[in-house]
Design a protein around this ligand. Structure first.
Ligand SMILES: Cc1cc2nc3c(=O)[nH]c(=O)nc-3n(C[C@H](O)[C@H](O)[C@H](O)COP(=O)(O)OP(=O)(O)OC[C@H]3O[C@@H](n4cnc5c(N)ncnc54)[C@H](O)[C@@H]3O)c2cc1C
Length: 380
């Protein structure tokens, strides 16, 4: 690349980096010179992004599927088909997202793409294996990752393996997804199955664990095999695609760098909700606000809401110290509240009063102890 100097450099062109490019291109800042660097070409369908929202998405054109109802199979014999109510659960295939955003940005000659390995980001400069590039205004870092190993905090992982299977017979109801099926061996962790049915004979089935240690690939596969054959009673199927993921569930602060011209976004910026691992929707919300700040020539501020973070920490504390089984915690939440209220709470859209009314429905003793332990842990 001839050009070495840009207004903005987006280091890491995955979900957050490309979303930022998308919002910049929709704004008055589209005349800025912007470079997006990623080591990958982004030509494979490496993620399935889901989120729930009320109304239209900024990516409505590429919504692959959406659902109005979901199954929840929990403890206490609670198995119900629940309504998303005012929300819709939406799914975007990563490949559609990459192509959609890139095709928009490629129409603007101010955007440049570079496939390169980034080695460092400092002093207005991004160093890569294809040379060094300077940002006159901001560098947005979405590629760097923390270790998540500070014992002062709760550091767990959401890890999963998903199979897109095609069956010979029509076995799925494509209107009903499964958000949680906890009717599997918990192994003293939090384990569940998540199903996105695309048609009567095609679905993504994901085996997910919330824990502080990972397992061997064969163990995920074995759990999927058992679930498909025993729980779903499907014998004749082929696995067409797989999706593996490890997402941090951590309340360790994602501090911004001392350099105010380097802004961390996406997972690097702590956009992943610690208690759920979801980040697609909040990333869009945060980056839209960031672009608005830039348009007003204000220093972009990425505020984390301390109260919501504290609630996440309390759940992580219950999880990490095994104070109560998490399948039962989620069952209490979905049994005692309207599903849409829980989803609003998990999206961090609830008021303080609503937060307390939701928190009243979880097992009180372990959560009260966890609430204190979380404070002591932070003070120490
Ligand atoms: C398989 C999977 C499924 C998920 N599903 C959901 C979901 O359904 N809903 C939801 O809300 N969240 C989901 N998440 C969580 C989260 O939304 C995603 O992880 C999301 O991709 C995070 O966006 P990001 O931009 O922070 O990271 P990424 O999308 O991973 O982007 C980081 C980019 O940096 C690049 N990069 C890394 N290192 C370098 C380097 N040294 N040099 C150059 N480039 C580099 C990578 O190639 C990548 O493109 C999922 C996560 C995974 C892993």
């Amino acid at each position: 690349m001839q050009d070495k100097s840009f207004d903005y450099i987006i280091a890491g062109g995955g979900m957050a980096g490309l979303s930022l490019g998308f919002y910049l291109n929709e704004s008055s800042l589209k005349s800025k010179k912007i470079l997006i660097i990623d080591r990958d070409e982004k030509t494979s369908n490496d993620h399935t992004w889901c989120f729930w929202e009320n109304g239209k998405s900024d990516f409505e054109e590429i919504i692959f599927r959406c659902w109005d109802k979901f199954w929840f199979h929990g403890t206490q014999d609670f198995s119900e088909l629940l309504d998303f109510d005012e929300y819709q659960y939406k799914m975007i295939r990563a490949i559609d997202f990459y192509e959609f955003v890139k095709s928009k940005l490629e129409q603007n000659s101010n955007f440049k793409f570079l496939q390169a390995d980034i080695s460092s980001v400092e002093n207005k400069t991004v160093k890569t294996d294809k040379g060094e590039f300077t940002a006159n205004e901001y560098i947005f870092d979405s590629f760097s990752r923390k270790e998540y190993d500070n014992p002062k905090y709760h550091n767990l992982w959401q890890h999963f393996l998903g199979w897109v299977i095609e069956t010979e017979d029509a076995v799925f109801d494509s209107d009903e997804m499964t958000l949680f099926d906890f009717r599997i061996e918990q192994m003293d962790e939090c384990r569940f199955i998540y199903i996105l049915p695309f048609s009567e004979n095609k679905a993504l089935i994901e085996f997910t664990i919330f824990s502080d240690n990972l397992i061997e690939r064969e163990e995920y596969e074995e759990n999927l095999r058992i679930y498909v054959s025993k729980n779903l009673q499907i014998e004749n199927y082929t696995v067409q695609e797989t999706e593996f993921g490890i997402i941090p569930m951590s309340d360790e602060p994602h501090t911004q760098t001392k350099d105010s011209k380097i802004i961390r976004i996406g997972t690097s910026g702590g956009f992943v909700k610690p208690s759920t691992g979801y980040s697609f929707k909040s990333t869009q919300r945060k980056l839209k606000k960031l672009v608005e700040d830039l348009e007003k020539r204000q220093e972009p501020k990425l505020k984390h809401r301390n109260w919501k973070l504290y609630l996440d920490s309390v759940l992580l504390n219950v999880m990490q110290d095994k104070k109560h089984s998490i399948d039962d915690v989620f069952t209490c939440l979905f049994k005692k509240n309207k599903a849409s209220r829980v989803l609003k709470f998990l999206n961090e859209d609830t008021s303080l009063t609503e937060d307390f009314s939701v928190m009243k429905t979880v097992p009180l003793k372990p959560f009260t102890i966890a609430a204190f332990h979380t404070i002591f842990k932070k003070i120490r």
